[in-house]
Ligand binder design. Structure first.
Ligand SMILES: [Zn+2]
Length: 139
């Protein structure tokens, strides 16, 4: 017996709640985020929905720069184009890849606490798509 939720219905639910909503495997307790429809650990497809804090730490990261500016333009490239993509380990365990914004790429480090934000990306055929990004945790 499993709850079969169609993907479009699921995505509408995410859109309404605007929260980091994950799935906890009913079999082994692994939390999946974003929900994948099957447990990444044991492939079970029964879940309960859990609200995640959205808080986590940087597990690894890469600084990307469009075009590879020569050194004399590095400052400008940093101001205008460099961005950080990180694997963030959420407090609840799942790791997700997302952009880290509102941060100087030079100051990003492994283990840095970050907070997730969800924003609307676009709507297609009535289904709103959301993306996540992370900002440094302010305390
Ligand atoms: Zn499982």
């Amino acid at each position: 017996m499993g709850a079969h939720i169609s993907i479009p219905m699921y995505e509408r639910t995410v859109g309404q709640r605007l929260a980091f909503e994950g799935e906890r495997c009913a079999e082994c307790g692994t939390i999946a985020f974003p929900p994948k429809g099957a447990c990444p650990d044991c492939r079970n497809t029964e879940f309960e929905t859990v609200d995640l804090s959205g808080d986590g730490t940087i597990y690894s990261y890469t600084v990307l720069s469009p075009g590879g500016a020569p050194p004399e333009f590095a400052g400008q490239a940093r101001a205008e184009g460099r961005y950080v993509v990180a694997i963030v380990e959420l407090d609840e365990g799942p790791r997700i890849t997302a952009q880290v914004t509102d941060v100087d790429p030079e100051s990003v480090d492994i283990g840095m606490p970050v907070t997730g934000q969800i924003r609307r990306i676009y709507e297609e055929e009535g289904v709103v798509r959301y993306g996540f990004k992370f900002v440094p945790t302010s305390d």
